[in-house]
Design a protein around this ligand. Structure first.
Ligand SMILES: Nc1ncnc2c1ncn2[C@@H]1O[C@H](COP(=O)(O)OP(=O)(O)OP(=O)(O)O)[C@@H](O)[C@H]1O
Length: 879
């Protein structure tokens, strides 16, 4: 079906764009037609009506021109890309064209204060280029990484809203699948040609100039390709923010702590495992007063540093702010008045800033000198804070502030085309227009009184409305007295309206002056806005400064509130924490502090203890203390010496890992594999019950071999929680492995009370108290009782029979015996095959050991399993 008329035009424009939806301006409305109308009708609850066009009818839904933004936002934030076609005047009428495409990564109007990264990823010559642009602030970062896993880790840190995969990445379906699975980002196919390194480089040179680009030192064609493609995409969407992309920053992921995607999730840095923000580390420590400060704090927590000098500088500032309570309050009070300058700069460059926005720029520039005087406090003066505050060009900032102050009226209107924006004295031509306008207004204001006196009419007033323009209104009883030159224009119930030649002249003059004033002010406003836009870099610099101080003050506020301590950050090696706490759990629980001690002779702690006793919490707490220290924060502990690590890797219990069709155990092993490949001697590794997801003996073997590998080959700091008590024997064989356990009072047997003491003590534990936890969890009493029974028998015999359906007189029958020690089944009530019939002459236990020894196939049994068997035999014979 072809369509003519307005719907035809809509469909033609729609076919020209690859956007998901098109909003087309029709006079005072933006309209969606056909399928798009039905779609937005559903998504946004818009009323859908029928539009007849050349004999056919089409669904139609519209929003008033001035209300488009919130609707666009709603659609884009749900991941749709919306093209906007604007209407413009032509000689013979009007025409329409697509002026911009709004996408998640280029939505300038967002009200979400967090960073809105648009990411480009491309693989060139075996390496990955990654570019991250936030058009709302002008931040633009580029890097090169070695592997798809590194790309995923970086994407996780930045949490982009839109990802543009380059042509070669499209093939890496696993990477894209994981991006889709693990992030909320919209994935957009972008013109392949834009990723070609040659073209991408030209795009970059045009934007930043040769010198700037060369000085950034993009070290690989992959990063050039990614950055160029992102820039071309931003340009193509027509949102006009290229001007805000003032500097390209290449970064080396090696400057930051390596945190793979899984670890970022496991440590619940910005959201919890369940997806909420509440309860995350960020939400817990965030006391910032500005949205830019919050973005900065998030950046620090997701990208902690490795460079001690950087870390110490932050710590110096946090320490100073912690000690100087009054100055800290003053700093936060001053910052409270700041608006988001980085965002305002982007609004100015894109031409969407209004007069109120420029006033916000003025007011925020005012914050800088106030902040400078706040950090001049004697206790802060010695810290790095004055340097931070003096980094932007304070004089240029003050000049811009004065310029804005002298230009803009205090309470300007929202529209920028109708005048009223500027102060008197700003522009002589405008002043002249205003003088004349005011003269005309004065004449009008006095007209009623003058006419009353001249004509003797008492009920006479001068007014104005849209249809009649200016008029003189006279009450009906006195209309006989109106002078001859009054021309009647309207009769109302109790009065008549007149005009005169002079009034009509004055009216024309006023309208002309109003229009001239509107035009002139609009021009002046655009010039002023352009001058602000030209100083985008200055504004971004000031914005970043305010954000940094806000983040530092936030860290200090939390440190004081929770009694955190300054960590002693040392080059590498030890992690010694006295009375440490979990930074999040301590805010909601009566937390029992615990220490950690890892150093050259003690690198690996095997953590045992009952379920629910606090093993995971303890290990996460250690990881978070290291992470916080390297973010430049104080830490929850009485004292802490933190050797800088190059990465934190965790493998913790599976929650929702069944995604992507991979089994829980497969995911566990992939994560383990990634850790064993990535961790170095300088890393911190946290393993929570690795091997749990498979058969016991496989699990023990894997855990055993992993411990050996980490200890012997990687040599990193490691905390490993396990329920396999067999592993604790490793501490006797591997010199740097030590056992610790979570202490418990009571043994849980026969319904005994078990009290979790939450304290970590040296040495292994040999009980898991799982049955007790089952009882606590409300598992039915017969099951709990039977479990206790089974457990007792296991402890005594290390073998247990399985019970089946009733067949015999006793109501129960023993079908098979699982001999834990042998790992084999003996079928039948007679003790059956497998383990063999015990001889009467030897105790049954000894007999069982001998049988096993005989049946072991030395060639085919993995060494680890053999070792564990031998230990088990030794132990059993010892008993
Ligand atoms: N030091 C502590 N002080 C107070 N409460 C704690 C402490 N450590 C842990 N907890 C609380 O104990 C509960 C269990 O902790 P956690 O999940 O760490 O146990 P777990 O030993 O790892 O359990 P499982 O072996 O079943 O995985 C949590 O609710 C946690 O908040």
């Amino acid at each position: 079906m072809t369509a003519d008329g307005i719907v035809g035009e809509f469909l033609t424009l729609k076919s020209e764009t690859d956007a998901d939806l098109l909003a087309m301006q029709c006079g005072d409305f933006y309209e969606f037609f056909a399928e798009d109308a039905e779609f937005v009708g559903d998504e946004l609850d818009l009323k859908v009506s029928e539009k007849s066009s050349h004999g056919s009818t089409y669904p139609m839904a519209g929003v008033p021109v001035d209300d488009l933004t919130p609707y666009l936002k709603a659609l884009v934030e749900r991941g749709y890309r919306v093209a906007v076609a604007d209407q413009y005047e032509t000689d013979g009428g009007h025409a329409r064209e697509i002026t911009r495409v709004v996408t998640p990564g280029t939505l300038l109007e967002t009200t979400d204060p967090s960073a809105q990264f648009l990411a480009g990823v491309v693989a060139v010559d075996g390496r990955y280029g990654l570019a991250l642009a936030d058009v709302t602030t002008g931040e633009f970062l580029v890097t090169t990484t070695e592997s798809a896993a590194d790309v995923l880790a970086e994407l996780h840190r930045f949490d982009p809203v839109e990802v543009l995969p380059g042509p070669t990445v499209d093939d890496e379906s696993d990477l894209l699948a994981r991006v889709r699975e693990r992030t909320d980002a919209a994935v957009t196919d972008h013109d392949e040609a834009a990723f070609a390194p040659g073209r991408a480089e030209r795009t970059l040179r045009e934007q930043f100039g040769d010198a700037a680009l060369d000085s950034v030192g993009l070290d690989h064609r992959a990063s050039v390709a990614a950055a160029g493609a992102v820039l071309a995409y931003v340009e193509g969407t027509g949102v006009g923010v290229l001007g805000a992309m003032t500097r390209l920053q290449a970064y080396d992921p090696g400057d930051h702590l390596d945190l793979d995607a899984t670890t970022q999730r496991n440590l619940e840095l910005t959201e919890t495992m369940h997806g909420g923000r509440e309860g995350s580390l960020l939400a817990t420590v965030d006391h910032t007063v500005t949205s830019a400060g919050r973005r900065r704090l998030r950046e620090w927590l997701t990208r902690p540093r490795r460079d001690r000098a950087v870390i110490d500088r932050r710590l110096d500032s946090v320490a100073a702010l912690s000690e100087a309570a009054l100055a800290r309050d003053r700093v936060r009070e001053v910052l409270d008045d700041a608006y988001d300058l980085e965002r305002l700069a982007a609004k100015a460059t894109s031409g969407s800033a209004d007069a109120a926005d420029l006033l916000r720029v003025r007011d925020t520039l005012d914050v800088l000198p106030a902040l400078a005087s706040a950090v001049a406090d004697s206790r802060l003066a010695e810290s790095p804070l004055p340097d931070v505050v003096n980094r932007p060009d304070r004089e240029a900032a003050a000049d811009l502030r004065t310029e804005l102050d002298e230009a803009l009226a205090d309470d300007p209107p929202k529209t920028v085309t109708e005048g009223g924006l500027f102060r008197r004295g700003y522009d002589p031509e405008l002043d002249d227009l205003l003088d004349r306008y005011e003269g005309a207004r004065e004449w009008l204001d006095g007209l009623a009184d003058r006419e009353k006196e001249r004509t003797g009419i008492t009920h006479l007033q001068v007014d104005r409305n849209k249809t009649d323009g200016y008029y003189v209104q006279v009450g009906k009883s006195e209309t006989d007295a109106v002078p001859d030159e009054y021309r009647e224009i309207k009769t109302l119930k109790n009065s008549r309206r007149y005009t005169t030649d002079e009034l009509a002249d004055r009216e024309r003059e006023i309208l002309r002056l109003e229009e001239a004033r509107g035009d002139l002010e609009y021009d002046l406003f655009r010039e002023l806005r352009d001058r602000v836009a030209a100083r985008a870099e200055l504004l971004q610099e000031v914005g970043r400064t305010l954000a940094t101080v806000d983040a530092l003050a936030s860290l200090a506020t939390h440190a004081v509130g929770q009694d955190w301590t300054r960590p002693d950050v040392v080059e590498s090696g030890p992690l010694v924490v006295e009375a440490g706490r979990h930074p999040v759990v301590e805010t909601t629980t009566d937390f029992v502090p615990n220490g950690v001690s890892l150093h050259a002779d003690r690198r690996f702690l095997l953590v045992t203890g009952p379920n629910m006793s606090g093993k995971s919490t303890y290990m996460r707490q250690a990881a978070l203390i290291v992470l916080l220290a390297q973010a430049g924060s104080f830490v929850p502990a009485r004292s802490a010496t933190v050797g800088v690590v190059d990465g934190i890797y965790t493998r913790v219990g599976a929650l929702d890992e069944l995604a992507g069709g991979r089994s829980t155990f497969m995911v566990e092993m992939q994560e383990l594999s990634n850790i064993l490949h990535s961790a170095t001697e300088e890393s911190l590794v946290v393993l929570d019950e690795v091997g749990r997801g498979t058969a016991t003996y496989d699990g023990i073997s894997i855990a055993w071999a992993t411990t050996e590998y980490v200890h012997n080959r990687i040599g990193c700091k490691c905390l490993f929680a396990t329920h396999y008590h067999e592993l604790t024997a490793l501490a006797d064989h591997l010199p740097r492995v030590e056992n610790v356990h979570v202490a418990v009072a009571g043994d849980g047997d026969d319904g005994d009370d078990v009290t979790f003491l939450r304290t970590i003590e040296e040495g292994p534990t040999d009980r898991s108290y799982g049955v007790h936890v089952a009882d606590l969890a409300g598992v039915p009493a017969p099951v709990v009782d039977r479990s206790r029974d089974v457990l007792d028998r296991l402890r005594e015999e290390r073998a247990i029979e399985a019970r089946g359906a009733a067949t015999g007189d006793d109501g129960e029958t023993t079908q098979a015996v699982f001999d834990l020690s042998a790992g084999t089944m003996r079928t039948g009530t007679d003790g059956g095959t497998g383990g063999g019939e015990p001889e009467a002459s030897l105790p049954a236990d000894v007999e069982a050991v001998l049988d096993e020894l005989e049946s072991v196939n030395v060639e085919e049994t993995p060494p680890v399993e053999l070792l564990s068997k031998v230990q088990s035999w030794q132990r059993r014979l010892g008993e």
